[in-house]
Structure formats: C-alpha cells, structure tokens
Ligand binder design. Structure first.
Ligand SMILES: C[S@@+](CC[C@H](N)C(=O)[O-])C[C@H]1O[C@@H](n2cnc3c(N)ncnc32)[C@H](O)[C@@H]1O
Length: 208
C-alpha cells in the first residue's frame, strides 16, 4: 500500500518553489542519463514530483509517462507542461504501488529521489524490472541515510506518525546496490558526489 500522499500534497507548492539542492550534481545526472536515452525510447518516471526532469529529457526520447502519488505535484507538472512546447509527456497521479504497466514494455525507467521514500523498495525494484524490456535501463538517484544518519531510524517513524514527515527508509548505498543486484540488474554507472549526497545509479536489465 502507498503511504505519504497527504504529506506530499501538503508540501507540493513549497517543493515546486524550492531550488535544486545541488545544481552541479543535478546537471551531471541529466548529462549521464541522456547518454542512455534514444529518440525511439518509451520512458516511465515514477515519483516525478513537479515534472521538471521529465520535461528536460522529453526532446531526446519518443515518449515519457511520468507518475506521482501526489495529485498536487501532478497539477503543477501539468501546468509546466502546458506552458512548454513539449508534446510527448503525460503526467498522472498514481503511486508506484498502484501502477499497472505491461511487462517488458519500456526502454527506460527513472526513479529520482524516491526509493528511500517507499515502504518496500525491493517491491518497487521488482516492478521496474518487470516493466523494462530486456536491455532496458533503470536510472535512480537515492538518498541513503544509513551511513550518515542512523539515528533517523528512531526519529523518522515518530515524525511519520504525526504527519510531519513522509515515510523515510534508512539504508546504506551498499544495501541499495545489493537490492538492485539481487533484483537482477547489472550496475553500469554509480556516482555519489559526497557521502551525504544521493547515490546516482544506472542499472541495466540484461538481455534475455
Ligand atoms: C523528494 S520528491 C522527488 C521528486 C522528483 N523525482 C525530484 O527528483 O525532484 C519525492 C516525490 O515522490 C513522490 N512519491 C512519494 N511516494 C510515492 C509513491 N509511493 N509512488 C509515487 N510517487 C511517490 C512524492 O509525491 C514526491 O513528489
């Protein structure tokens, strides 16, 4: 079951206004992602937030279907889409847990700053695996608090209980890599700008 919808709806407007925390790393991640994209690709993004990244990548692929659990985030994303001249992106308010996408139908899946916010990351990784065609790529960027903020394991659930925080799961970057590898992915690119920064990973579903 999906958690955090209320939290993200409440914070969507503020999230939309806040600047990217580390613009240099963001641009680097966009550049690397671009190396894996092609004009004939069907792409899905989950946890797309207000849609900025999908709109940036849109000119380089055939189509992007981007989803977010928060209808407020999606309203903002749709307004950005309308104000742009991008024609090949759709935004819909659906949680990853409720997504139904045909198996082996996608060339690339993006999950940016989202895997640590899911109650069951392994289930999400298995879903991504199923959606991807053999040879497809899963691009993720994930804050792994397991190395730097272990105490959050105690504080987080209290904040979540009172609706002050979304669900936040604490794991190390190595645990994330293990989840992806155990899920059948081959890690092709791995970059963590600093110990307290999100780890960026491009993982490939091997050809059959
Ligand atoms: C930290 S924001 C990241 C947004 C965007 N990917 C980015 O990098 O700016 C996390 C986003 O994930 C969404 N989210 C949280 N749980 C989700 C779920 N179970 N399924 C889909 N989206 C979810 C939130 O609504 C929020 O927009």
């Amino acid at each position: 079951m999906a958690h955090g919808r209320k939290f993200w709806n409440r914070h969507a407007a503020r999230y939309a206004k806040s600047p990217v925390a580390d613009e240099g790393s963001y641009q680097q991640k966009l550049r690397v992602t671009r190396e894996y994209l092609d004009a004939d690709m069907e792409v899905l993004e989950f946890g797309c937030g207000t849609g900025s990244t999908a709109l940036v990548h849109a000119p380089f692929v055939k189509h992007i279907h981007a989803f977010d659990i928060s209808s407020r985030m999606i309203e903002i994303a749709r307004a950005k889409l309308e104000a742009s001249n991008v024609m090949n992106v759709d935004f819909d308010a659906v949680a990853i847990e409720d997504l139904h996408v045909p198996d082996r139908s996608l060339d690339a899946v993006l999950g940016l700053n989202i895997l640590n916010l899911l109650v069951d990351r392994d289930a999400a990784i298995a879903k991504v695996w199923a959606m991807l065609k053999p040879g497809g790529v899963f691009v993720s960027s994930t804050v792994c608090l397991g190395e730097t903020m272990k105490f959050f394991k105690l504080v987080g659930p209290v904040g979540e209980f009172f609706g002050l925080l979304p669900p936040i799961r604490i794991f190390t970057s190595q645990q994330l890599i293990t989840s992806l590898s155990d899920g059948g992915f081959v890690i092709e690119h791995q970059w963590q700008p600093a110990k307290d920064k999100a780890i960026f990973v491009v993982a490939r579903k091997p050809e059959a």
